[in-house]
Design a protein. Structure first.
Length: 509
């Protein structure tokens, strides 16, 4: 699924309107109908409050108001800046909503708004949409506070008013939605923090555009990983395939002090379908891992603190015979780690995933990838790589990840509540899944393992990182529904991710 900028969305809207019989009116009507379907799927019956602005977003709101009214609901339209003349299609649908029986009030009418918010089952935000940036007027902040106190289901059209749909910033306040209904394409900013906290569930509607023509005319660089992406990457396997067909992956992870990191990484790798999976680790780590995963191969190496140059050479030699390598989870910081990381950077035909201590070592090396390196840093690790502060990174994750990927010719999976995956060509994939329950020790080890497991049989680092992040987050969401954000364990993520994958592939038509 593509994610667009507001500027590009406006351009496509204008082009597509020219292809419609009644131009802008047709697209606006289709948008309103789609939004009504999404609303009906989430809350049935009861009165509705529609907050409408003076632009096209307000026009969508008028269509929604008319349709809900025709279904027999009581509908109250509260116009923001009613003194402003509505233009073209928006004006047309405002008159239709009046004729259908919708009751109109100015949005500044606090008394009536308060009363309706107590009684209604749904509130729709159609004030600004994708054309907004900056700070909301204080009067709207007060109104949105009132709305937030209502028990009604809250729906935003295109994006909640108050968020910047390009950057995902919220300058002072914003509408807090339970669901955001996007027309044709979602905006990039709704998947970035802090905006992501305001959008709720995202529904993307088909409003009748010529998507084949759009795809042919534009080279979209931003995508959102979804079930369709997973089905595209995890293709049906050749029934004549064997373990050699699906790649061998090598994990150089774990230490005497941190055996659990290797076990968790191995769980992620094994569940993503590589033909063979080998762990190189000290005896203590192998004992813990082999007891749980007899499916893997095990090769003993000394603890990283005791590595000789010969040990590093042997590890590099084993890596050369693999499709993909994961280096870093629980490995420890040592001179041996740095030497290994530097050597792995020079491999030509092996895809290498660096996580945790592998990333820390990489931050002390001179390197540039050859298109075959994937990094999975959290903001603090990314800070060590980029020499930028964590606050600066979190304030512009999209641009900084994109810039780093291009500069280092590597793919970066910048972890967080708004995970961003960027590749050297400028492509970016945003992740819509996950919750705060993933913020536990070991969660990143599972994710790194999932990445290398996919890379055993997939050559695309961007696809591997995007699908791993999606399945990892979706596993967390499923576990949250069972145990809450507090109660699930990182050790449950890999198996649950495999279940999500299985359900996703079952749905394939």
């Amino acid at each position: 699924m593509y994610a667009l900028t507001p500027e590009l969305m406006r351009k496509i809207d204008a082009e597509q309107a020219k292809l419609q019989t009644n131009g802008e009116r047709t697209l606006m009507y289709n948008a309103g109908l789609c939004a009504v379907q999404a609303i009906e799927g989430s809350v049935r019956g009861g009165s509705a409050v529609i907050l409408c602005g003076a632009g096209n977003n307000g026009g969508d709101g008028y269509v929604i108001a008319e349709e809900l009214c025709l279904q027999g609901r009581e509908v109250y339209v509260f116009n923001y800046q009613p003194q402003k003349r509505r233009k073209n299609a928006a004006r047309y649908y405002m008159h239709r909503a009046r004729s259908a029986g919708c009751r109109f009030r100015p949005l500044a009418d606090d008394k009536h708004l308060r009363q309706r918010l107590k009684e209604c089952s749904v509130v729709v935000d159609a004030v600004f949409g994708t054309g907004f940036h900056g700070a909301l007027p204080e009067e709207l902040c007060s109104i949105f506070e009132l709305v937030a106190e209502s028990s009604a289901y809250k729906v935003a059209i295109d994006c909640p008013s108050g968020i910047d749909p390009l950057k995902g910033t919220v300058e002072n306040c914003a509408f807090v939605a339970d669901m955001t209904v996007c027309m044709s394409y979602p905006m990039r900013g709704i998947y970035l923090l802090p905006a992501r906290a305001y959008v709720g569930k995202v529904e993307v509607c088909d409003i009748g555009m010529d998507y084949r023509a759009i795809d042919a005319a534009y080279d979209f660089t931003d995508t959102v990983c979804d079930r369709d992406t997973v089905r595209r990457v995890f293709k049906k396997r050749n029934m004549f395939g064997h373990k050699g067909s699906f790649g061998k992956v090598l994990l150089i992870c774990g230490s005497e002090a941190m055996p659990g990191a290797a076990v968790l990484a191995l769980s992620g790798a094994l569940r993503m379908g590589p033909g063979l999976c080998e762990l190189c680790a000290p005896d203590k780590v192998i004992a813990a891992a082999s007891a749980k995963f007899p499916e893997a191969l095990y090769t003993r190496v000394p603890d990283t603190s005791q590595w000789s140059d010969d040990d590093v050479s042997k590890l590099v030699s084993r890596a050369e015979g693999c499709a993909a390598v994961l280096c870093g989870c629980g490995l420890g910081n040592s001179e041996g780690t740095k030497k290994l990381v530097q050597a792995l950077c020079s491999l030509k035909d092996v895809r290498v995933v660096f996580d945790a201590d592998g990333i820390n070592a990489l931050g002390e090396c001179e390197w540039r990838g050859d298109g075959n390196i994937l990094l999975t840093p959290h903001p603090k690790e990314f800070s060590r790589l980029t020499k930028r502060g964590v606050d600066e990174i979190n304030s512009d994750r999209y641009e900084l990840a994109k810039e780093f990927a291009a500069d280092k010719n590597a793919v970066v999976l910048l972890k967080g509540a708004d995970t961003v995956v960027a590749d050297p060509s400028g492509r970016v994939c945003l992740n819509p899944t996950g919750n705060a329950g993933l913020a536990k020790g070991g969660s990143g080890d599972v994710l790194a393992g999932m990445c290398v497991g996919i890379l055993g049989w997939s050559s695309s680092l961007l696809d591997a990182a995007s699908c791993a992040a999606y399945l990892h987050g979706a596993a967390g969401d499923l576990l949250k529904s069972r145990y809450s954000e507090y109660g699930y364990l990182t050790g449950e993520l890999a198996e649950t991710a495999a279940r999500v994958l299985g359900d996703t592939l079952k749905d394939e038509k």
